[in-house]
Each structure stands twice: as C-alpha cells, then as structure tokens.
Design a protein around this ligand. Structure first.
Ligand code: ZN
Length: 293
C-alpha cells in the first residue's frame, strides 16, 4: 500500500490490530521470530511477534511441521491469531487445514479464489462452522500485530470467487516490516507476476526474501532479485518434494548476485530480529546482519 492511502490504512489497522491479553503466556523475549519449517513439500511458516502474537503462513503438505513445533514449544497454547493461506495448492493448504482443525484460529486471510479441490472446500466449510472471520486479501488487508506490520502487496484487488486452474500466481504476497527490518514473502508466484510488481511501484527492497515457488525456474527473475536486493534468501524446499527444487540455474543466480541462501532441506531456518539486527539460524550455523531495510 502506498503512503497516500494512509487514511484508509488506519481504518484497516483498527480492524486488524490484535489484543494482547495472552501475551504473558507466550514468554516474549522482545524479539521477532520467523520460522521457516522443514516439511515434506511446500511452505510452512510461523511469525511470533515480540508481543506474543502467532501468525502462521500455509502449512506444508504433510500436516505436521507447525503443529509439532507448537507441541514442543507451547504445548499449552492452542491459539493462532492469524492464519494466512497464500493459495490453496496441497503443499500449502494441507497443513493449514490441520491447524484449522486443531487450533483456535482467530482470523483467516486468504484470496477466496474458486478451486475445485476437496480439502479447500473442507477448509472453507470448517472456517464457517467455527465462525472464524475470513478476510479476502487485497491491498487494504494489511495487518498490524503489535510492533510488526504486514503490508499486503498482492493481490491489489480481491480475487474472491474467481475461478483459477493453476493457483500459484494468485498467491498472497506481503512484506513484513519491523523497525528497519523487511522481509518479503512471495508464495509461489511466477515471473510474470514479479514483472507486474516491478512496474506498479510496489515496495520490494527487503533484507530477507522467502524465495518464490521453492526456487523453481518459473520465478526469481533477475530484475526482480535486483529490485528486492535481499541480503539473505531462503529456499523453502521439501524433504520429499517431487520437483527439482531449487533449480540449479536459480541457485546460480543468487550466487552470481552474492546473496547468501538457506535451504530448509537442510533443516528449519529461524530468523531472529531485534531493533538493530537480524540473525539467521540453522542447526549450529548462525549469521547476523544489520537491519537496513
Ligand atoms: Zn508450493
């Protein structure tokens, strides 16, 4: 969303600002934590704000990555403040549906596209049955969760009820902002969508990029990467994926641009952010950099 749209943004913020009653239960350490999980296929991510809000993004194909993490870390806590479903492909929705079944989800952000797929229909029915507010993503559906802001940059206008064959290119794209730290979440978008973002003035420059479509050669065009200028990039690639992800040509592109990459095939990636710096952790490896935006 552009600055000139601030007045409308304020209205949206009122609607989306979370209450913090449960904060003390979640042992906040005054840092932002972003987890990109190891899953058999797809994306499964969790944002834990410094104030203790939990925001999940998709859930992977195998239904376990995020819920196992909750079981280990916060077994007593069954509340998700916001569940984001970027698009309804099985490697994103299966795990999200499990979360919807077993957690108290406060709100859902999704595109509302039409797709003839049983689990997607079940997902929508269950959300309705549980009376969970379902918000269609558009440029106004920004989220303020404590000190963390999520700026929805795609879709600009709602895709609700639109019938799609392939839903990759309908993925919700958003930029997370926290102090000077920015991270871009790109779902499974492809190069033609990247081209649209490059031409419509969308703020793309980010410290960290969640690489689109698991590092497939359908995405991560050179102009897009040059515009995002990430200081680190994360390939969310499944352990048992049926696809050749990430594509060697795309990995090479990041190498040529001297952008360090992390791959969830080697284990969960965690990004820990405070006001001055962000650190990326994977197993025993850790790399910290200054927030620059
Ligand atoms: Zn995917």
């Amino acid at each position: 969303m552009k600055p000139s749209q601030f007045s409308l943004l304020s209205i949206v913020l009122c609607a989306f600002t979370f209450t913090g009653w449960h904060v003390s239960e979640r042992m906040p350490d005054e840092k932002l934590h972003i987890h990109v999980f190891e899953t058999d296929e797809g994306d499964a991510m969790l944002i834990k704000t410094p104030e203790g809000h939990f925001i999940t993004i998709d859930g992977g194909i195998n239904r376990t990555a995020i819920s196992s993490f909750f079981r280990e870390k916060w077994f007593w806590d069954r509340k998700i403040d916001l569940l984001i479903l970027t698009h309804p492909d099985s490697d994103h929705i299966n795990g999200a549906y499990e979360l919807l079944q077993s957690f108290a989800v406060e709100k859902i952000l999704f595109t509302g596209v039409q797709k003839d797929q049983e689990i997607y229909k079940n997902f929508i029915s269950l959300a309705k049955e549980k009376n969970i507010p379902m918000v269609f993503a558009d440029q106004w559906s920004d989220i303020q969760a404590g000190s963390v802001f999520l700026d929805t940059v795609y879709p600009l206008t709602s895709l609700a009820e639109k019938t799609v064959e392939a839903s990759n290119n309908t993925s919700i794209i958003f930029q997370l902002r926290y102090f000077n730290f920015e991270m871009l979440f790109t779902g499974d978008i492809e190069a033609d969508k990247e081209k649209i973002l490059l031409t419509n003035g969308t703020p793309l420059k980010s410290d960290v990029l969640k690489v689109a479509h698991h590092g497939s050669n359908t995405s991560s065009s050179l102009p897009f990467l040059k515009s995002v200028q990430p200081k680190s990039a994360i390939f969310s690639v499944g352990q048992k994926t049926r696809f050749p992800h990430p594509a060697p040509a795309i990995v090479q592109r990041f190498t040529d641009l001297q952008i360090p990459t992390w791959n969830t095939k080697n284990g969960e990636v965690e990004i820990v952010v405070d006001a001055d710096q962000f650190c990326i952790l994977q197993k025993k490896e850790e790399k910290c950099m200054k927030n620059e935006g």
